[in-house]
Design a protein around this ligand. Structure first.
Ligand code: PBG
Length: 332
């Protein structure tokens, strides 16, 4: 009598044939992660020899300029070509005037990084929230974050980064018209080779929590709903991207990454432009926390999330995992 062990189905298609060995899986792999698509965020503070770990982001530090240079060159030697700088100034005021200080931590770090390695790609976050005493991304009048005055201030901050030698400036404020004004301001100063990566579809997200601790940029009142996007919207994201491209953005970004992969795919499919995704602080913190409890296999979920973000359409990923992932890829 025939037993089930001898049963043979007559199947034309057996997809498992292509999953039998690592060699064949590798041949048919559709998405590849390489460290040259990573951008590594750095939090730059005042002082010297400062390396202060951020409690909710294990492995990530507030760094003085000298330490930031050390961190960036180490990352580059591991294959990560780019950093994204955030400033943590000692002095804040109501209008965030320190954002354009030529001797601020970011501007100083740009010059030091370029001196240390002129090939390192230096990107800067352009926003006022780290520089305002109230923690908002712009200038506040009454209870409103006023758009146009904020844009003028942001353009001065971006200009100071470009003058210091930044390759790419990345406005993260979500004010209207900022890409156009930054582009015009840079061009008027002959800085037409400085690229703009716009945080085009930036959602009002709970996943920025740990960043606000890292950057000391928590709003003292209210929230960011009047400028950052409603998580429920995707058509609006496409409009934002369209506007920023029309204003001269060279690269557009979707942020956060994991909860917005559909947005990423649509942006990439619709516009076919260089597209970045930001795996934000909360996405990193959540994996770290679960890994610390032994609930997740960290190397595995790190690679799975980064692969998913690439597969969804990101050409480049801003991630706190840049160095760890680059090291893991080097071992594979
Ligand atoms: C604003 C800015 C934020 C992040 C990047 N740029 C914070 C915010 O909008 O509240 C978040 C990045 C992260 O969570 O990793 N300057």
């Amino acid at each position: 009598m025939a037993t089930t062990t001898t049963a043979r189905l007559s199947l034309t298609r057996r997809p498992r044939r292509l999953r039998r060995t690592e060699a064949i899986r590798s041949l048919v792999r559709e998405t590849r992660l390489t460290p040259d698509c990573f951008i590594y965020p750095l939090f730059v503070c005042e002082g010297e020899g400062v390396r202060r770990e951020i409690p909710s982001m294990p492995g990530i530090y507030q760094l003085s300029v000298d330490e930031a240079v050390r961190e960036a060159t180490a990352a580059k030697s591991e294959g990560v070509p780019a950093v994204m700088l955030f400033g943590i100034p000692d002095e804040k005021d109501a209008t965030g005037s320190a954002a354009a200080d030529p001797d601020g931590p970011v501007q100083t770090a740009i010059r030091a990084l370029k001196r240390a390695d002129s090939d390192l790609l230096v990107m800067t976050d352009v926003c006022l929230c780290e520089y305002t005493s109230h923690g908002h991304c712009g200038i506040v009048e009454g209870h409103e974050i006023v758009n146009d005055r904020t844009v003028m201030q942001l353009a001065q901050a971006a200009l100071s980064h470009a003058v210091a030698g930044a390759d790419v400036v990345a406005p993260s404020d979500m004010m209207d018209g900022r890409v156009a004004v930054i582009r015009r301001t840079l061009d008027e100063r002959g800085l037409d080779q400085t690229a703009i990566m716009s945080y085009a579809a930036k959602y009002c997200s709970g996943f920025y929590g740990p960043f606000r601790e890292a950057a000391g940029a928590t709003p003292q009142f209210g929230d960011r709903r009047s400028h950052q996007m409603d998580p429920a919207n995707v058509e609006e994201a496409l409009r934002e991207v369209e506007i920023d491209l029309a204003e001269g953005a060279d690269i557009v970004m979707v942020k956060p990454a994991l909860p917005y992969l559909d947005v990423l795919t649509k942006v990439k499919d619709r516009f076919g432009q260089p597209t970045a995704a930001y795996q934000v602080s909360g996405e990193y913190a959540m994996l770290k926390a679960a890994a610390q409890r032994g609930w997740l296999d960290e190397p595995r979920v790190m690679m799975e999330t980064l692969t998913g973000i690439r597969r969804a359409g990101a050409d480049m990923i801003i991630t706190y995992y840049a160095r760890e992932a680059a090291r893991l890829l080097a071992r594979a």
